[in-house]
Design a protein around this ligand. Sequence first.
Ligand code: MLT
Length: 306
Amino acid sequence: MPKVLISDKLSPAAVEIFRARGLETDFKPGLSAEELLDIVADYDGLAIRSATKVTKEVLAKAKNLKVVGRAGIGVDNVDTAAATSAGVVVMNTPFGNAITTAEHAIAMMFALARQIPAADRSTQDGKWEKSKFMGVELTGKRLGLIGCGNIGAIVAERARGLKMRVAAYDPYLSDDRAAQLGVTKVELDELFAEADIITLHTPLTDATRNIIDAGAIQKMKAGVRIINCARGGLVDEVALRGALETGHVAGAAFDVFVEEPAKENVLFGAPNFIATPHLGASTTEAQEKVALQVAEQMSDYLLTGA
Ligand code: MLT
């Protein structure tokens, strides 16, 4: 029987499915890189979230490995080129956490518009700073989406429900899909010039790295707000810090950072900056769904090659 190692904190649903499908399964979250190197040769499948780094070295030791399953969307923590040359299939679960991540972006939008984290800190500190926390309404505001795939489309639908006007820059968005979502397709410069709030929902690639840099920020309206629940590196953090200091960008809410875990970051402490520790996919529902999906997909592959 094929053997599977779960090396990150996946929902127990994954263990149950692997075992129910007859696979021998070890659940060992929190292994160090050395510990993983020592044991990985025993396994046919490796199920991970984002903590395990599947490097060239790991793949070189993993003589029996046939599949790496990422319970989530991004496979940034897997050396996919090395996996391909070793004949190891890398699979992800592109749908299971899309709603949850979209909801986090919407939560960040409300948090920014009404300065909820700062107002909470101030109130619990015993201040009653009613006039300090003047907010803005979302109704009627222009939301600019950079990326309108699985997650961006859900954000668009929710934002339309909030009576926002939604525009999207996405080279892969068809006219029909845009019309179905009630979204206006725009070029990037138009989005920068028109949006009151910009939210990113695109992977990090060579084409999207620093898609918001100092030049892009200059093209934006004064008072724009920026949300990044997609990937660190899409926004030039130093340029954004400068724009938050001058007030050209009125606020930003980030769940993702160039370096993670982000124990320190140039954006920390900037005016009207809100941070969360890559919580986009962190709901019980999403973690159950991705665990279930990855376990089913990996079991199918290991048992039938399909
Ligand atoms: C993903 O790629 O699925 C998300 O960024 C969530 C995560 O890394 O856990």
